[in-house]
Design a binder for this molecule. Sequence first.
Ligand code: GLN
Length: 494
Amino acid sequence: MAELSTLDATKTAEGLASKTFTSVEVTQCYLDRIAQLNPRLNAYLTVSPETALSEAKAADERLAKGERGALLGVPIAVKDILMTLGIRTTAASKMLEHYQPSFDATAIKKLRAAGAVILGKTNLDEFAHGASTENSAYGTTKNPWDTTRVPGGSSGGSAAAVAADLCAAAIGTDTGGSIRHPAAFCGIVGLKPSYGRISRSGLLSMTSSTDVIGPMTKTVADAASLLFTMAGEDSLDQTTAPGTLSPEEFSAALSKKDLSGVTIGVPRSFINDGLLPGVAERFEASLEALKSIGATIVDIELPHAKYGIAAYYVITPSEISSNLARFDGIRYGHQSKTAKSLFDVYAQSRGEGLGPEVKRRIMLGTYALSAGYYDAYYKTAQKVRTVIVKELDAALTTCDLIATPTAPHVAFQIGKQSDDPLKMYLEDVFMSPASLAGLPAISVPMDFVASEDGVEMPTGLQLIGRRFDEAMVLGTAHLFEQHSDRIDRRPNLS
Ligand code: GLN
């Protein structure tokens, strides 16, 4: 039943509800496909067949009793930076190679309660530091559309798993673009919710002030149902927003017939530099598609957005240097076997356990936060952040959404940028402003575009909304998805 793996989450739930197949059958189908393709793609770091099949069995029992749910019995993949009770969680680091969490992240708890079946844990850049998944201590994930290319990052394993039909949907995390970027590179939907929409409890902290968990899916409707399941206030995360999402608000958003009354701002002077010509062309065609379904497209100015990346790459290492201090070989993580003194325990455990990009960020952050440099770097970056937040909020009083391409180009060759950290940091150029401001943003597939060397690869359209206005973001993306002239293709992995 190989075709079961091509179903999105909503269709899988429908098939389960109508008893066309069972959760055990669809789960087994994914496990077989993973066994066949994961050695080539390296999308999963850990596959958990026993727990998946027993969760599927439990879901089948609930279904047999007449229970129904958007995720009941639906097999999903989870980025290996979220705590999963009973399933190893490595953050793609040697530091946590054998780590077994003693609890589920709040988002995972909610997914399990809704009956989702967890197939396993997906690859990422170590501790989510990166934009290509090449920083994983366990090897790069391959882009299913062209296995010589990166899937984007840092949630590259989840994106590749969705694109290659190795799960019905996946969970990623986005600190400065890590859901949206791989979603664009792999031709799937990726939603970065508003900061505080989903509890971060049980998410291994990277940049606590911008980290969010979100869905990576085949369709916008699937993203909406996963968001819905994971969202809500949590006493374990004081930054979660009070109140829950209203189901009525969401079904209204997803059943809109056109975009009349919706104004979309395009910050042309921010995005026009350095776009791959094909991406620029697809972006214009996407704006036309949005216009044809009733949206009003207006030019807006975001003069400070270009400083987002600079501010982000001071703030992010600073928070990382603090958050990763706990991995010292004593409190958490790998402990060096050869250390002879207390100092050596720290130095060697961190030296052996952490990869080059993680070390680079810890050093940059420690420097930026140190006495004498704090005002010049960290404080200045926070001031720039405030300017960007105000600028985006002001722009979003004149329009409902801001549109940009998700990334300026298509997926690049493995190894092409890996020795150039600055170039890698520039991948986030269009995504970091929304992260700094905590705004919801989606990447939804535009059409395919030829890379510089002529290979057709997916691209993404980013739509940024007002804080907590995921309904507008999802509703618009849902209509765009149906009206864009995107060709329905699948990667050829036979
Ligand atoms: N590429 C960004 C970085 O390396 C984003 C990472 C993320 O969102 N986790 O920091």
